[in-house]
Design a protein around this ligand. Structure first.
Ligand code: PMP
Length: 405
């Protein structure tokens, strides 16, 4: 991309102002400024998220829901208000559709245990795609991808039949960055009475997610990939379905009344939130949603796109480097391999330059098998990354190449 195009895409977004909101970005690593390019694994926390958690811990902590004392009421209202803001953020119809869990993995497990297990019969099929994260793998029919890592709508639709009960797929691939045509996939599934579960772990920080517009039945995401805390995430589920599903864990909060003869389950959303939850995590996630809602998201996304273009062009200039995943619709991440340098060695050498990338199979071994690779290196960008960091990545990769030449 030339400078004029870059200038145009960046016109409205102030990266330095965005960076100042993230204290960790001022860190040095091995004497070099940190270039944090591992946002797909976990994004960094904004100061406002850190402050919200800190304020809760210092001033408001108590167990929630059953307390009559002041701190418990404050903690409850902070936690439940986070749920309201998250519901608005993804345009859920009701706060009852927002289940707080540990993250995407647990959200998908809840659907598997509480929705899928009771309804699936021998011969029924769960349709997934070739690029799924391990969090999303069960008894399966697998829609193919092409050599670019693209999943085509017609390939998915052609595998839908009377046995297909669930379509479960990623919104964005963590290994390749491919954006799937989820809205159209969901529409095709819906027309055939197939329930849909979308793994939004990699999408939620890169695009506006409107669950009503997507039309999906379930949508899962993690707090830590959207500038919020670890250990908290959300399962969005259509209220009608959640209502019919049995609780998946027993304990406090999921029960309304209990005698030895009969247990009555609590209403949504508490039915699925047994025991004391991650209260500070939920409050931190609420703050992350406020942070995102308050920022120039269009500008941020244009900047992320420009980073992807710049990274693609820059890395493609490196001799022996191959980008893995070249679908036309991609989120801002680049997976790559460099001839003669194992990704793990590359990751270690880049770390010496203060550059954090992820190396490995990215919990998507079928993707690695498809490309006949044991692993890739992956640089995944957030709106706070800069073109300079990508240029440093290029220099670091070239240094590694020389070391192994
Ligand atoms: N799905 C995808 C596409 C992911 O990228 C990840 C995280 N790598 C997960 C699921 C699992 O998320 P978590 O570890 O937060 O549960």
């Amino acid at each position: 991309m030339n400078n004029i195009a870059l200038a145009q895409t960046n016109r409205t977004f102030d990266v330095e102002a965005a960076r100042r909101q993230f204290p960790i970005l001022a860190r040095m690593v091995h004497g070099k400024p940190l270039a944090y390019l591992d946002n797909g694994a976990s994004a960094q926390r904004a100061q406002s998220v850190i402050d919200a958690v800190d304020d809760y811990e210092r001033r408001h902590h108590a167990n929630i829901h059953r307390g009559v004392h002041t701190l418990s009421e404050e903690a409850t209202s902070m936690y439940e208000s986070a749920r309201d803001r998250i519901a608005r953020f993804i345009n859920a119809r009701s706060r009852n559709e927002i289940i707080f869990l540990r993250g995407t993995t647990e959200a998908i497990n809840l659907v598997a245990q509480s929705y899928a297990r009771p309804i699936l019969r021998p011969g029924d099929e769960v349709l997934i795609t070739h690029l799924e994260h391990h969090a999303n793998i069960a008894t399966l029919v697998v829609a193919p991808m092409d050599a670019h890592g693209e999943v085509h709508l017609d390939a998915v639709v052609s595998l839908m039949n009377a046995r297909t009960k669930i379509l479960a797929c990623a919104h964005v691939s963590n290994a390749l960055g491919t954006i799937l045509p989820v809205r159209r996939m969901v529409a095709a599934a819906k027309a055939r009475g197939i329930t849909t579960l979308i793994d939004g772990a990699q999408a939620i920080s890169h695009m506006s997610v409107d669950v009503q517009e997507l039309g999906c039945d379930f949508y899962a995401f993690s707090g830590h990939k959207m500038y919020g805390p670890t250990g908290v995430g959300v399962l969005y589920g259509r209220e009608q379905l959640l209502d019919r599903m049995p609780p998946w864990q027993g304990g406090g909060e999921m029960i309304l009344s209990v005698t030895f003869a009969k247990t009555t389950y609590n209403a949504l959303p508490n039915k699925f939130e047994a025991g004391t939850p991650n209260i500070s995590g939920g409050i931190g996630l609420g703050a992350a949603v406020d942070f995102l809602s308050g920022m120039d998201l269009d500008g941020a996304r244009a900047h992320e796109d420009a980073l992807l273009q710049h990274a693609t062009a820059t890395l493609n200039k490196i001799h022996g480097l191959r980008i893995v995943g070249t679908a036309p619709e991609k989120a801002s991440l680049v997976s790559f391999v460099v001839a003669g340098v194992h990704p793990h060695d590359l990751g270690t050498i880049l770390d010496e330059d203060g550059i954090a990338v992820r190396t490995g199979h990215h919990c998507a071994m079928p993707v690695m098998d498809f490309f006949k690779l044991p692993a890739t290196a992956r640089a995944s960008f957030a709106f706070y990354n800069t073109f300079d960091e990508i240029d440093r990545l290029k220099s670091g990769i070239e240094r590694a190449r020389k070391m192994f030449a």
